[in-house]
Design a protein around this ligand. Structure first.
Ligand code: ADP
Length: 306
């Protein structure tokens, strides 16, 4: 069982020819409303990949909130720990995509940022019964710390995706993190090591281990992923060669799919390479489709990738 503590947003995708300049008014060719938010995307990826999935999060008292909750439910995600905030609106991301597929994104966190320790405390039973607890930085770090601390007390494996990148982490969170999964930018911002070669990946991974993490997986876009464990085992798993049209939710798919496959025996991961291979397959499908949740694949599709 996988529990995701995280963000849930309505993505408002606006298709434009060119991004507007300062002071300019442009017309939008098409507006789409798509389910998003890193937390929700990772939950959808885990569930579609075959994992029994719970979501802990917050929406506003509005139509976006109820639409997004129905979408999660349709994906067989248990939403009994999604609360409705009385004051703030459901999180929204305003995404402009130009004709070259490049994007500019503005996020209003809204209800996501009102998640507090009490919300985590109310979900203790579901955390305790999970195999994995997964989170990201689109919800308050303090709430993540509460969840991870509680998870570790109950021998539940914790997975942190430190995204979006933050420059400094003023929290002992990594001491309660079993697996950290950053991309190259996020790895660099937390360790201070520019990640651009095998030696620098090893260096960044070692810094994370010094901060208390046991496994490090750095995702490398079209190159695949690098992994490292506290007992110094490391390696690469290549990505699949595909034509990427929109990389939104590539990282989220990787994380959800990975969590659905990992085997942990007495605190040790026994199938790291196979699980990463599966996650690479899953995200290679996501990058071939547009938008966040609509492009996340189901297990059958992932297993069919050669
Ligand atoms: P993020 O989306 O968080 O920045 P990455 O860009 O590192 O994360 O992508 C996550 C994973 O998605 C990669 O490890 C890889 O498996 C897959 N992926 C990303 N971009 C491509 C691509 N162009 N072709 C194939 N796979 C890709």
């Amino acid at each position: 069982k996988i529990t995701v503590l995280g963000s849930i947003n309505m993505d408002i995708v606006m298709k434009v020819e060119e991004m507007p300049l300062k002071g300019e008014t442009i017309s939008v060719q098409d507006v789409l409303h798509i389910g998003g938010g890193k937390g929700a995307n990772q939950a959808v990826a885990a569930s579609r990949a075959g994992g029994k999935t719970n979501f802990i999060g917050k929406v506003g008292k509005d139509e976006d909130g109820s639409t997004l909750c129905s979408l999660l439910k349709e994906d067989n995600i248990d939403i009994s720990h999604v609360k409705v905030d009385e004051q703030y609106a459901t999180g929204r991301a305003f995404i402009m995509v130009n004709r070259n597929g490049e994007n500019s994104i503005m996020v209003h966190s809204g209800a996501n940022m009102t998640i507090e320790d009490k919300d985590v405390a109310d979900a203790q039973a579901v955390i305790r019964e999970s195999d994995f607890v997964v989170s990201q930085f689109e919800v308050p770090v303090h709430a993540i710390e509460e969840a991870f601390k509680y998870a570790k007390e109950h021998h539940v494996c914790t997975i942190l995706n430190p995204a979006p990148a933050i420059a400094k982490l003023d929290s002992p969170l990594l001491a309660h993190t079993d697996i950290i999964i950053p991309n190259e930018t996020e790895a660099a911002s937390l360790t201070g090591v520019i990640v651009d070669s095998e030696a620098s990946m090893l260096e960044a991974a070692k810094r994370f281990v010094e901060m208390g993490v046991r496994y490090v997986i750095i995702t490398l876009g079209s190159k695949g992923a690098f992994y490292y464990s506290a007992d110094s085992e490391f390696g690469f798993v290549s990505a699949f060669k595909v034509k990427a049209v929109d990389t939104t939710a590539a990282g989220d798919t990787f994380i959800g799919a990975l969590a659905s496959q990992l085997n942990v025996v007495e605190g040790k991961i026994t199938n790291m390479e196979e699980a990463i291979l599966f996650a690479n397959k899953a995200s290679s499908i996501t990058v071939q489709g547009e938008g966040a949740q609509p492009s996340i694949p189901h297990k059958q599709q992932i297993d069919a990738v050669m």
